[in-house]
Design a protein around this ligand. Structure first.
Ligand SMILES: Cc1cc2nc3c(=O)[nH]c(=O)nc-3n(C[C@H](O)[C@H](O)[C@H](O)COP(=O)(O)OP(=O)(O)OC[C@H]3O[C@@H](n4cnc5c(N)ncnc54)[C@H](O)[C@@H]3O)c2cc1C
Ligand code: SF4
Length: 444
């Protein structure tokens, strides 16, 4: 190995292959059958269970946990999939610490919730490992629906529509389906090609044809889709990223964090992936945390997350922040970049402290410099390529009810639609609910 964490610049192979493999292995080991029984035993099977209300897909959590404790994890999986067909991925990526597990009565009583996420993974993995797809299609309706975007929203919508007997053409601009499950989620949350395996499993329902490399706005138009299909669902996510608006943003070494993560997710060999010695990540959401943690795991010597507000305002949960800190990531709060330093290539970031003035943030005038050979921007994504015909709200597609857009016969859900929380599980819920609404309107 010629490189190490101390090698200057952006270089590959800072760590040995076996260390990289270890670093990017499963964040939480799966529960074995005995551990699952013990974990399930902690559930009180509450009446009016608060964990169900806290789950955006309203999974009957006490029921599936009881099914695990009675030795029928396959039945538990079916309970989960009835509400959330991507229950396997959500078991891995949901911020359970701010959703079901935060609401669990045992969290309130003892500060130690029932491990709902790990139990969900145990159940869904058990059924999926058997290659079983527990749904079949209703009698064909003869109706055809176009779904644009094969991310969590589009997949949940397509699956539910196919189950109801409709034929679905699923279009995605990228060479692989799965959306951010395939290109965005941190490597250590969805290991061993799980996103691809889950997609294949979901497609076993039949009646869904996936057209890869087909983009709305480039290869397809909304007018043509509306003319050819009985309904259209848009689940195209957020393809653009916000600009930093700091001088020097065009220097070499400045990269969008989502692109860095997509390269990482698609890398055949992590040792070939270059990373800086001093990495600075700008932002405060899950993307910032994931980019920072993965830079550190690739062997960067110093990784710093710069967030312009106080810790309490950070969109990433405290659990995610602590995970990053445990890997050696440093946080600087109340600080914003004002200039990217360097001559052609980034060498550092000039940072100014901030303070809140009413509802806005202002610089305090006090600045300092941090060395950086790589700067990753994770300051939010934006909607690109939304058809002109659709009304927007806050930069996203305006929707009412179960994802109805301003155009008749066109629904939208997931990150591209206004009002969501930009989580995998909310995208699934919205795709599923739009499918039910489409079904009702086609059959009404
Ligand atoms: C780096 C990162 C990490 C994240 N980590 C987590 C996490 O740990 N837990 C969590 O709950 N959430 C996480 N999220 C958020 C979560 O991934 C999203 O909320 C979720 O994927 C949204 O699903 P979606 O189907 O709306 O969009 P996407 O997953 O973005 O899928 C949209 C699909 O549409 C396709 N598309 C886009 N434009 C077009 C077009 N014009 N024509 C055809 N197809 C198009 C895209 O190729 C893509 O496949 C993360 C997000 C990022 C960026
Ligand atoms: S709140 Fe906790 S204890 Fe009660 S049903 Fe849900 S998981 Fe079980």
């Amino acid at each position: 190995m010629t490189n190490s964490p101390f090698t200057p610049g952006i270089v590959p192979a800072r760590l040995d292959g076996h260390v990289l493999q270890e670093n990017f292995s499963d964040l939480h080991a799966p529960l074995d059958a005995h551990e699952a029984l013990v974990a399930a035993d902690r559930c009180y099977f509450c009446h009016d269970a608060p964990c169900i209300t806290a789950c955006p897909t309203s999974i009957d959590i006490p029921l599936f946990i009881r099914q695990i404790s009675t030795g029928t994890p396959e039945a538990a999986a079916k309970t989960i999939f009835d509400q959330n067909i991507l229950g396997g991925m959500c078991a891995r990526v949901c911020p359970t610490e701010t959703l079901c597990e935060q609401a669990c009565v045992r969290e309130a009583a003892e500060g130690k919730p029932v491990e709902i996420g790990r139990l969900q993974r145990h159940a869904t993995d058990t059924l999926m490992a058997q290659g079983v797809h527990p749904y079949s299609r209703a009698v064909a309706t003869g109706k055809r629906v176009a779904v644009v975007g094969a991310g969590p929203a589009g997949l949940a919508c397509a699956h539910r529509l196919a189950m109801h007997g409709h034929d679905v053409d699923l279009f995605d601009a990228r060479p692989k389906g799965g959306g951010l499950n395939e290109y965005g989620i941190a490597t250590y949350k969805a290991t061993d090609g799980f996103a691809g395996a889950e997609l294949e499993w979901l497609m076993q329902i039949g009646g869904i044809t996936l057209h890869k490399g087909r983009a709305l706005g480039r290869d397809l138009s909304l007018d043509a889709l509306c003319a050819e299909y009985d309904a259209v669902f848009l689940g195209m996510g957020l393809g653009g990223v916000n600009a930093l608006r700091a001088a020097g943003e065009d220097r070499d070494g400045v990269l969008d964090a989502v692109d860095f993560i997509a390269d990482l997710r698609q890398a055949d060999d992590l040792a070939n992936l270059p990373v800086g010695r001093n990495v600075v990540v700008i932002g405060g959401g899950m993307t910032a945390i994931d980019a920072a943690v993965q830079s550190k795991l690739l062997g960067a010597e110093n990784v710093t997350v710069l967030y312009r507000r106080a810790r309490a305002a950070m969109p990433a949960s405290r659990y995610e922040q602590d995970l990053a800190a445990s890997k050696g990531v440093r946080f600087i709060f109340n600080a914003m970049p004002v200039a990217i330093l360097g001559n052609g290539v980034v060498t550092g970031v000039r940072v100014e402290y901030t303070r809140a003035e009413g509802r806005s943030l202002v610089g305090t005038g006090e600045t300092f410099d941090i060395p950086a050979d790589q700067l990753l921007k994770a300051i939010g994504q934006t909607l690109t390529g939304a058809p002109d015909a659709l009304a927007l709200e806050g930069g996203k597609i305006a929707v009412s009810g179960a994802g109805r857009t301003s155009a008749s016969g066109v629904w939208a859900g997931g990150d591209c639609a206004a009002g969501g929380e930009d989580l995998t599980v909310t995208a699934v819920a919205q795709g599923r609910d739009a499918a039910e609404d489409i079904h009702a309107s086609l059959m009404g």
